[in-house]
Design a binder for this molecule. Sequence first.
Ligand code: HEM
Length: 412
Amino acid sequence: MRPSERQLRAQLAFFHDFIRVQADLGDPYAKVLSVPESPYPHFEEIRARGLLHQSSIGAWVTADHGLANQILRDRRFGVRKAGGEKLPEFIGFDNSLLGADPPDHTRLRRIAAPTLNPRMAEGWRSRIQEICDQLIDDLLAEDGPFDLMTAFAQRLPVALIADLVGIPDRCRDDFHRISRRMTPLLEGVVTYDQTQSTEAAIREITELLVDVIAQRKADPQDDMITRLLALVDEGSMSMTELVPMATFVPLAGSETTVNLIGNGVLALLNHPEQWRLLVERPELAAGVAEETLRFDPPVQQYRRIVHERLELAGCTLPVDAELAVMVGGANRDPKVFPDPNTFDITRSVGADTLAFSAGIHYCMGASLAKLEAEVAFQALATRIPRLRRAGRIRRGSSFIIRGMAEFPVAAR
Ligand code: HEM
């Protein structure tokens, strides 16, 4: 049964108070959940407690790269309870890939694969370049400082996803505005007002997509909605799954990429020698994307649920126990990355970053996201070589997605 407003407010207040108390008592996971300016020292505290430990919040926590990698690939862990029930969340968003275990997950993934696969990413390069060039032209036309997040980082991924999904030009502003309001679905809800605004956004995006789907039926194009409609026609997916899928992809692919771009530029400007290196050698832009995904990943932690009683790293975990895999910590595990707290765009990170997860939920947009970030970093370094910070940043309030709400910079 759906909780009333009073119950929901009370649950959220209890959740915040409980975390605050546990953080004050010294629990490192509770400190991470309190969204400090930097969670990285707390990941080290987590690692110092051993490969795996139970936080006073209840979840079993690891920041060890080897163990994190093993958990993500081990089919004895799922994203729902062992009996298939969804975890209690403050807002419901059904039928998403991230909230499904096999066999539903396997089927949904197959449905999304023709649109989202590593091969298709490269085909988007020239469009990404075109969007970046246009955004930078607009920035340079204005005098004075600007907010990198709203003027650039948020614009590129949303414009690209709109192309990929098949949102017509006339709906793009609405699509952008509604997509921004849906981000708490990915970030984790923290206030009652967010639940209201996010639920309204889900209703609005559904209306928008129903309208676009009707248009695509009449006038098929080379986009995700048209491809999904063909699957509905041949009976391999239902109409009730189409809207959630077309909603989930923008959700998964926007705020994440926005913050990869933002976090990367922040790391570069905080390490001026690395920015100068990129300006001199723009071909290092792909390395900036890789190193940012390791050093300051947009998605900081993944949740997994134990599906059968098991022994892990010397601990006995009961069915339905919850695991918090701290990727922000695993990516700075000194056993895998020498000198892990150094931001070095010439480092070879390779397959070791867990920033896109691993195993069956490995990000389907990883190649596209890396390409977007690469083109964005290269375009900024070549066209705005004097880019610099121009004020205090304001961080977002999520403990899952790490990024900035405001990032003032100046071009000259
Ligand atoms: C820097 C940008 C991105 C990051 C850091 C990121 C990260 C992730 C992570 C960590 C997961 C799995 C979470 C888990 O295992 O619990 C995931 C799943 C997913 N991502 Fe991304 N993502 C990014 C961009 C994108 C883009 C651009 C798209 C699509 C256009 C996308 C589509 C998806 C999809 C469909 C899934 C679900 C896969 C599944 O559950 O099987 N992502 N992403």
